[in-house]
Design a protein around this ligand. Structure first.
Ligand SMILES: [Zn+2]
Ligand SMILES: [Zn+2]
Length: 271
């Protein structure tokens, strides 16, 4: 059964990503208000009660800030690690706590949480699998580990943050302490770091990449894309896209052959 990945929006004002396989639907991160979450899903013609689970990467407001409202208002089960649940004050009896590298089975999907470094948070990236293909969703990390490279290597789809352009950050208006925090090992990935990471994990199997969580002040889509492609050179011949704050914009379908624009005007990439 094919799997698809749709970003409902990514960035410092809210993140949510829909992963589907047949009837199975999971959301990775819920950083939107209840109303905004419902509205973005409705653009996909999906009702909140159709969502099987929300998995959280970490507790920061743009990723977990809307989890409690989704749990209360729509009764959607939440899965996250202990620190994230505690920091978000979630109703623990309704939360499934996972450990890093514990395989989580949700309908036709399995999801693997892989730890990533991010200051003041116990953050994970997720690898979603339908048994044939693997799609990685990784965000909010200042650096990467060998463990992450091992797990992401050869994924068919990779969504990863490209948060800032090095020059724009360091020459920009942010206070020095904030610049240092963003640029630190536990901050966010620059376009160059993301390109370097991808050059370690992209293989001939990798068909699509989405760059996410671009800083609205310290980055531009064309800088993110050109920097990443510079690092990948001939290594990647698939499709590269940018997910911005307002989505959903497009859906990546794994295991198909052509691209088309669907009835709702979204581009579906059949890879
Ligand atoms: Zn974030
Ligand atoms: Zn964060």
């Amino acid at each position: 059964m094919p799997m698809s990945v749709t970003h409902l929006g990514t960035g410092s004002r809210g993140n949510a990503t829909l992963v589907e396989c047949g009837e199975s639907k999971v959301i990775i991160d819920q950083g939107f208000s209840g109303r905004e979450f419902e509205r973005r899903l409705s653009l996909m013609e999906i009702q909140p009660h159709e969502i099987d689970a929300i998995l959280l990467t970490h507790h920061h407001g743009d990723h977990g800030g809307g989890a409690a409202i989704a749990q209360r208002r729509f009764d959607i089960p939440i899965l996250c690690n202990d620190r994230t649940a505690t920091a978000l004050n979630l109703e623990l009896s309704k939360v499934r706590i996972f450990e890093s590298l514990e395989s989580l089975e949700i309908g036709k999907l399995s999801l693997l949480p892989v730890p990533v470094p991010h200051s003041g948070a116990d953050n994970v990236g997720f690898i979603a699998s339908n048994g044939q293909e693997r799609a990685a969703i990784i965000t909010d990390l200042g650096s990467w580990t060998e463990e992450l490279v091992t797990h992401i290597h050869g994924c068919q789809h990779i969504s990863i943050e490209a948060n800032y352009d090095h020059n724009k950050l360091w020459n920009g208006p942010y206070p020095m302490r904030l610049k240092e925090r963003i640029g630190s090992r536990g901050g966010h990935l620059s376009n160059h770091q993301t390109g370097e990471f991808l050059s370690n994990v992209v293989t001939a199997e990798t068909k699509s990449i989405v760059l996410t969580h671009l800083s609205e002040r310290n980055n531009l889509p064309h800088l993110a894309e050109s920097t990443v492609l510079y690092h990948l050179e001939d290594q990647f011949e698939g499709d590269i896209r940018i997910s911005l704050q307002d989505g959903p914009e497009f859906t990546h379908h794994l295991s198909a052959n052509e691209s088309e624009i669907d009835a709702r005007g979204r581009i579906s990439l059949h890879l």
